[in-house]
Design a protein around this ligand. Structure first.
Ligand SMILES: Cc1ncc(COP(=O)(O)O)c(C=O)c1O
Length: 366
């Protein structure tokens, strides 16, 4: 290793906080029934139409899948009313974050994102040798629009912003997004990561709608991992402001990146939007109940338009996460500097949510 000419940008990357393996959680807790509340997966599973597509004899695992995801892009184009030539499908939207960074950033490039951040919005630019500036959230756990406006107006090469915001939860309202779009200079690529788009209510805009026709060079990211419940199959996509930008992002991905089962499953999921919408409605209700319970326990909880909650647990969150793990509950303790008191919990099944609340109540009594 010592004699290898390694990439120092990659060697210096911060670790991605990917959450705990369920087998490890079983051995630590001594329980089989692990409550997996760390990765923002869908506790309802996925549409039965997806399971039927995966069992279909038309699936041919022995063949390479379509590298261009033609049928899936056509279905997405119809759903979103965009030209399929502007869409690139990824092995999860995380692959698109990597491809965008690879396509758009040279060493020394500048990137703006937020803190607390979705790890890959920082890690992938750093891997390209870019410098990443992070705008902190406000004291009331929201976007600092004035600070973001200033950072964006300075003309970075790339902006990575998630709305609804992982890990905090709020979504940009139309007026705030408009202010940010107005601040963007030519030469900045604006990436709006809408992984939790389907969970947002009517108070936040459809980012794609607002970006279309804004004159800004943009990419909107969405995923099948959350509301559609396909996290294990890995399908996300990028909608680009024009086909030339999409070709650039596609050139930066691996050729056969989305496997045949994933493509078939995503098409089936799009054919059963009713399942997704019913699941989202149930999870929203549960989120409201869990947020109220956390507030009753005295925690400061960020407003959420997602399937998770972010709250200040008043002490080092890794100690709280470790105590919950002993009870078979996996949550995510935030590790970014300045945010080590925050915990992010996914909204799970009613039983798992109750377990979480009971465990936190028990700790509060001790
Ligand atoms: C904001 C955000 N973007 C992207 C992703 C990546 O999602 P996937 O690669 O599963 O599509 C996630 C996953 O948690 C996320 O929270």
């Amino acid at each position: 290793m010592a004699s290898l000419a390694i990439n120092p940008n990659v060697a210096a990357l911060p670790p991605y906080n990917a959450g705990m393996n369920v087998a490890v959680a079983r051995s630590i807790s001594g329980r089989d029934d692990i409550a997996r509340l760390a990765s923002n997966e869908n506790p309802d599973g996925c549409s039965p139409a997806v399971l039927a597509a995966l069992a279909s004899p038309t699936l041919e695992p022995w063949r390479y899948a379509d590298p261009a995801c033609t049928a899936l892009r056509a279905a997405l184009g119809r759903k979103l009313a965009v030209d399929p030539e502007t869409i690139v499908v990824g092995n999860g939207s995380e692959e698109m974050i990597a491809a965008i960074s690879r396509a758009a950033l040279l060493p020394g490039a500048s990137v703006v994102t937020v803190v607390p951040s979705f790890g890959l919005h920082e890690i992938e630019p750093l891997a390209q040798g870019a410098a990443v500036a992070k705008v902190a959230m406000t004291d009331d756990l929201g976007f600092d629009i004035a600070a973001l406006e200033g950072a964006i107006a300075a003309g970075p090469n790339l902006v990575f912003l998630s709305s609804p915001w992982n890990p905090v939860g709020p979504a940009l309202d139309a007026a705030s997004l408009e202010r940010l779009l107005t601040a963007i200079r030519p030469g900045t690529l604006f990436v709006l990561d809408e992984a939790y788009f389907e969970f947002a209510d009517g108070s936040s805009p459809d980012g794609l709608e607002m970006l279309r026709g804004s004159g800004v060079a943009y990419i909107v990211l969405r995923t099948f991992s959350k509301a559609y419940g396909l996290a294990g199959l890995r399908v996300g996509y990028a909608v680009c402001s024009d086909a030339a930008l999409a070709r650039l992002v596609a050139a930066a991905k691996t050729p056969f990146n989305v496997n045949a089962a994933a493509q078939a499953a995503a098409i089936a999921a799009l054919g059963d939007e009713a399942w997704m919408q019913a699941s989202v409605a149930r999870l929203r209700e549960k989120r409201i109940r869990v947020a109220a319970a956390l507030e009753r326990l005295g925690f400061k909880v960020a407003p959420s338009q997602t399937n998770f909650l972010f709250f200040d647990c008043g002490t080092d969150s890794s100690a709280v996460a470790a105590a919950l793990l002993k009870e078979g509950i996996i949550v995510k303790a935030w590790r970014e500097k300045g945010y080590e008191r925050y915990l992010r919990v996914t909204i799970g099944s009613s039983g798992d949510n109750d377990r979480l609340i009971r465990a936190l109540e028990g700790m509060a009594r001790r």
